[in-house]
Design a protein around this ligand. Structure first.
Ligand SMILES: [Zn+2]
Length: 259
């Protein structure tokens, strides 16, 4: 029983709907052996992910971001899709697609890479480790990167999308935040200690991407570390803010939020 509660909670926190699928699977196939139950769970989970969850999400005005890598936008990691963490409110969906087309038309080599968005169904289940992603009005994006030769590379330097920072050494403000909040840089573990090789920040295009999003009227907050805001030449942009010490550091990705 205890093991079942733990599995239910883990699946719920990771995927939101997975916990319910686990319960239904356990109830329907309680007489099956363990291996068969894993197989039926995988089947039910996939059916839910592909058909049932998108239909239910529509009722609460949530739309999945494109699952494949298109010309303009794509996920950093397909686990985001498999775990159903790519849902946003329809307003944010339209906004980000619009920004991606504008940005991609201007810079055909580059595109928007997204990380965690939100869950599909309920806003009452938190989406760890994020503080505000349960609303469906928040989205994390990767910076734009280039390789040693200066060519644009898609995606993120980290396999999970998080944990590989543009600067290793903490700034004074970050050190202060770490003292106040021991979890301030715990996303470093999300890098899994294995970067994808040479990803260098492409400052000019990252700046233009953030400016493109900033221009969208419905965007009301963009979170990024203050040292990056300054070094990217974005100091005068009022919607770009410091996320505060009680969140996690934002120099491996940036966060956008609509009203
Ligand atoms: Zn975020």
């Amino acid at each position: 029983m205890f093991r079942r509660i733990i599995v239910f909670l883990l699946l719920t926190l990771l995927t939101q709907f997975g916990g319910v699928v686990y319960l239904i699977n356990g109830y329907l196939f309680k007489k099956w052996n363990f291996l068969n139950r894993i197989f039926s769970f995988a089947l039910l989970y996939t059916l839910s992910l592909l058909i049932i969850v998108p239909l239910l999400a529509k009722i609460v005005d949530r739309v999945p971001l494109p699952a494949h890598n298109s010309e303009y936008i794509g996920p950093a990691n397909y686990m985001t899709i498999a775990l159903g963490r790519n849902y946003v409110k329809s307003d944010l969906y339209e906004l980000i697609i619009n920004a991606a087309v504008k940005f991609g038309d201007k810079h055909p080599d580059a595109k928007i890479t997204y990380l965690d968005a939100g869950f599909a169904l309920s806003r009452y289940i938190p989406m760890y480790p994020h503080k505000s992603h349960n609303s469906g009005k928040s989205l994390d994006l990767a910076f734009i990167y280039k390789n040693e030769e200066g060519a644009i590379i898609h995606g993120s330097p980290s396999w999970t999308g998080y944990g590989i920072f543009t600067k290793e050494k903490l700034t004074k403000r970050q050190q202060k935040c770490l003292k106040e909040n021991g979890l301030y840089d715990f996303t470093k573990y999300f890098g899994l200690g294995i970067g994808k090789g040479e990803y260098k920040l492409e400052g000019r295009l990252t700046q233009d991407l953030i400016k493109t999003i900033h221009r969208e009227a419905k965007v009301n907050k963009i979170f990024i570390e203050p040292y990056l805001k300054a070094s990217l030449g974005l100091s005068k942009f009022r919607k770009i803010k410091f996320q505060g010490c009680d969140a996690v550091r934002h120099d491996d990705h940036f966060h956008i939020e609509i009203e």
